[in-house]
Design a protein. Structure first.
Length: 190
């Protein structure tokens, strides 16, 4: 089993990403940059999140033709060494292609998470309510591709999200922040 990791299923196909990340350097220890060695790094997404990724990919794929036209028009202007339009279009093309490659990998490596109802511990797909400094907040645990803290969607990879993972109602969670330690009380898991 050299170079491979046995993934430990947690619940309905969810993989313990922290175990995987912690083991990766040891698995590929003979390589200086293990990230380039076909290591599976899952992107946890809901069905809506996967649909959004696919829509963005298709939108960027359609933009290729527009960018190619911009490059062609800019080439017709003459000297490319001092042609701002050409360099701007090439930069736009590079950024678009890089994002498309990123989206393609995220879609390919996606692991579907479903909304968890009635669970007893916080996992991906769980909604929960916490209390901190006398204020109650509601969060939903999502993968990093769908995280949006202002909407209460926190990533399982964020320091806050990672701190909540695996806890249950009534638990007190301490999170280290730059100004000290913040204490959260888990009130409800829905």
């Amino acid at each position: 089993m050299e170079g491979r990791l046995a993934m430990k299923p947690l619940q309905k196909g969810i993989v313990d990403r922290h175990l995987f990340i912690a083991c990766c350097p040891y698995i590929m220890k003979d390589h200086k940059d293990y990230r380039t060695k076909n290591v599976f790094m899952p992107t946890y997404v809901s069905q809506k999140g996967l649909d959004d990724l696919k829509k963005e990919f298709e939108k960027r794929k359609a933009a290729r033709m527009i960018i190619a036209e911009k490059i062609g028009d800019a080439k017709e202007l003459g000297d490319l060494s001092e042609n701002f339009e050409y360099h701007a279009a090439k930069e736009e093309q590079g950024l678009n292609e890089a994002r498309m490659a990123q989206l393609e990998e995220m879609i390919k490596d996606s692991v579907m998470i479903s909304e968890q109802k009635g669970g007893t511990i916080i996992t991906l797909g769980t909604s929960f309510k916490i209390s901190c400094d006398g204020e109650e907040k509601r969060f939903e645990m999502v993968g990093s591709a769908e995280a949006h803290p202002f909407e209460g969607k926190i990533s399982n990879e964020s320091p806050l999200g990672a701190s909540f993972m695996g806890h249950k109602v009534g638990d007190t969670v301490n999170v280290d922040i730059p100004s000290g330690t913040k204490t959260y009380q888990i009130l409800e898991i829905t």
